[in-house]
Design a protein around this ligand. Structure first.
Ligand SMILES: Nc1nc2c(c(=O)[nH]1)N[C@H]1C(S)=C(S)[C@@H](COP(=O)(O)O)O[C@H]1N2
Ligand SMILES: [Mo]
Length: 539
């Protein structure tokens, strides 16, 4: 050190790849936090989420499917509630991917602009990174009913990247100032500068993400205020008089709206403004039409009790829920729309780019296919498809667009969003039975009986029989509770004579027409999970 001081050698400081990565990351942490806050308070997208949503749409289906399977698998292995946390996990991944990419860009920038960056190279960096990113964001927000204006979203993205790029190149210039390069003394200055930079970044990050925490924590549960307006708050379920009481610990027969599962291709659900939104009816119809939500609510409503499930749900998973849907049967609308004889299908399109085809034969023969705007007596929640979604009996959720914005009468069929991505063409719901509880306390009345209970569901095909097998015993028939409707799950119960020790309980069900469920264990992809429900318990 001393010899260096006495004979200063002008060894240039190379702003290295790693220092670039570090500086870029330091800048990104606070910027991302501020970006998130801005997106919460203004009608702006959060760029990392938009990028992720875009990737999810353009990457090959099998890759996405494998990714989802892996994520659900890991979460289940960790004992995490998939329905609650899957989105949080995806959001974390989105922020990681975004910061990762821009950190890499910063590192490459430092490595390339070895000596001294100019403000022009900073601008160049911002454009190289910002323009494609802005296009991506513009593309993914580019739909009519959504709350974001695509052009504003794109410009906002560009601005974000510009701030990052400008700061990055400013730091790079500061680090490579000629006087900084020339003497070892200045190395201390350089180090101090990095410390200042780190300190400032850390402060803004803490404040920014603290703000994020406050926003997220303080956010009121959507729809919390409509508690009393809910249908279920004022009415008894249609099967309230059913003779069989579910075993204690069985899932709620009717799912509370806040517990209803959510699955879709968006990191944050698309927000549709009711005033701006219109349902467009087009294609092979008398003339293109538009309907407001008020128009749709004006039709005589139809109510149906429905159990919906995601095709990704493993046997016993929590991606299935039940509530009362309100809407208008599509078949009643066909004449008013003037659907032409040559039309064979309706293509239903959503604001998020999701779409599916429904055959007009199905619609004409099944009044239950409906456009739904309310659940449990109140408007659909944003996350569940506000303002409009479709119901198609007997098929998984992947066939049933939420946030509908267009219906086009067409004379050709095409695979829908998830069918294109290698999932089953029909996606008919599988018959499955699940054990929810082996209640460890003997039931009252009967001496030493252990109530075992759960649900069975076979789309719209009904459940005629449920059987239980304990250890190596014979199959025995469980009791069935009358379901709320032909399209909901059926709760069952089996009171088992208690013997202490470790036991395995297995359940199987039979469809309405007596067809036995598939016992072979198959994963959700591509046609829905099959296999017996089971539970191992020490009593
Ligand atoms: N517009 C749109 N609709 C969609 C989806 C989507 O990603 N976008 N996902 C589908 C899938 S896979 C399922 S399982 C159901 C889930 O509905 P829920 O979130 O209300 O439970 O929505 C369906 N409708
Ligand atoms: Mo799904």
């Amino acid at each position: 050190m001393v010899s260096n001081l006495s004979a200063p050698s002008p060894s240039p400081v190379r702003p290295s790849f790693w220092r670039g990565a570090w500086v870029s990351l330091l800048l990104l942490l606070p910027l991302t936090a501020l970006g998130y806050l801005a997106s919460r308070f203004m009608a702006l997208p959060f760029v990392p989420f938009s990028l992720f949503d875009w990737l999810a749409r353009v990457l090959p289906g099998p890759l996405i499917t494998a990714g989802i399977d892996a994520l659900v698998g890991v979460m289940r292995a960790l004992g995490l509630p998939v329905a609650d946390l899957a989105k949080v996990a995806e959001q974390t991944l989105a922020v990681t991917i975004f910061t990762g990419l821009l950190t890499l860009a910063g590192a490459v920038f430092f490595a390339l602009t070895r000596n001294r960056a100019s403000s022009r190279t900073g601008l160049l960096l911002s454009l190289v990174v910002g323009v494609p990113l802005a296009l991506v964001v513009w593309r993914v927000t580019g739909s009519s009913g959504a709350a974001f204006d695509p052009r504003t979203a794109g410009l906002w993205t560009l601005l974000f990247v510009l701030v990052w790029g400008t700061l990055l190149s400013a730091v790079q210039r500061r680090l490579t100032r000629p006087e900084t390069r020339s003497s070892e003394l200045e190395a201390g200055d350089r180090r101090r500068f990095m410390v200042y930079l780190g300190g400032a970044a850390a402060t803004i990050t803490v404040v920014g993400w603290g703000g994020v925490g406050a926003v997220v924590g303080g956010r009121r549960e959507e729809g919390a205020e409509d508690d009393k307006a809910r249908w279920s708050a004022n009415n008894a379920l249609p099967n309230a008089g059913a003779a069989l009481e579910p075993a204690p610990g069985t899932r709620p027969e009717y799912t509370a709206l806040e517990d209803y599962y959510r699955i879709d291709i968006n990191l944050t659900p698309p927000v549709v403004r009711e005033g701006k939104w219109r349902l467009r009816v087009e294609g092979l119809v008398a003339e293109p039409l538009e309907f407001s939500l008020t128009d749709i609510r004006a039709y005589t409503p139809m109510h149906q009790f429905i159990t919906m499930a995601c095709i990704s749900n493993p046997v016993g998973g929590d991606l299935t829920s039940t509530t009362r849907w309100t809407g208008v049967p599509v078949q009643r609308l066909l004449d008013e729309w003037g659907v032409q004889d040559s039309a064979t299908h309706l293509r239903i399109g959503s604001v998020d780019g999701f779409f599916e085809y429904v055959s007009l034969d199905d619609i004409r023969s099944d009044e239950r296919i409906m456009l739904a705007y309310a659940w449990d007596g109140v408007p659909l929640r944003v996350r569940n498809g506000f303002p409009l979604r479709v119901y198609i009996p007997d098929v998984y959720g992947m066939k049933q667009p939420k946030w509908i914005e267009s219906i086009e009468a067409v004379d050709s069929w095409e695979p829908g969003y998830w069918v294109k991505r290698s999932w089953d063409r029909e996606a008919q719901m599988r018959a499955t039975a699940v054990i929810d509880t082996v209640a460890p306390t003997p039931s009252e009345g009967g001496a030493n009986l252990v109530p075992v209970g759960g649900m069975a569901h076979a789309g719209a095909r009904g459940i005629s029989r449920v059987e239980i097998k304990v250890d190596d015993g014979a199959w025995q028939e469980a009791e069935l509770r009358e379901p709320m409707s032909d399209t909901t799950w059926t709760l069952w119960r089996f009171d088992w004579p208690f013997t202490p020790g470790e036991h395995t309980f297995v359940v199987r069900c039979f469809e309405g027409d007596g067809t036995e469920q598939i016992s072979e264990r198959r994963p959700p992809h591509p046609s829905g999970a099959t296999g017996l429900g089971s539970e191992r318990t020490r009593l």
